[in-house]
Design a binder for this molecule. Sequence first.
Ligand code: AMP
Length: 184
Amino acid sequence: MRLILLGGPGSGKGTQAKALQQRLGVPWISTGEILRQEIAYGTELGHAVRSYVEAGDLVPDDQMIALMRQRLLQPDAVNGWIIDGYPRTAFQAEELDFLLAELKQQLTQVICLDVSTAVLVARSLARARSDDTDAVIQRRIDRYQERTVPILEYYEVSKRLVRVNGDQPIEQVYQAILSAIGVV
Ligand code: AMP
């Protein structure tokens, strides 16, 4: 099973990906988590990306594409994965297709959690991570609308996209995802 979870900041991608990881027995790959760890450990990559993450801006594509290549080459990712938070730009989406072709891996499905902006803001505030101030939350939502929403069409025309109503309670979203990927 190879799944991509897309959705705005606060859409519940991480929560769903964690649950799906256990159910499907494949690793959860969260680019946001990886970046936060790199920052916490003070690595070279951490230093390079910190200002973007703290401002709610996107880390440049080159760095993200290199990071994803490295992660998908890890042995635990050979037989499947759930990627959360990637791709976020058209260029990342195209490069991911090239990478998967090179690795001879086939994407099973892209799942988009559709959540209204009001709910995104409310959930992000409730979560109150250190990077979740009002201005940062707004910037992350703006970047999602500008950069990530357009790539939904890319997956839609290639018939790889399923939309799930992410305004529902967690358990219902989870069941909707399982039925979308044919697991019951
Ligand atoms: P997330 O936990 O997925 O909301 O990601 C937290 C932050 O990490 C984002 O606000 C971005 O600054 C950065 N980030 C995560 N994934 C990506 C990506 N695919 N492209 C660019 N920046 C990213």
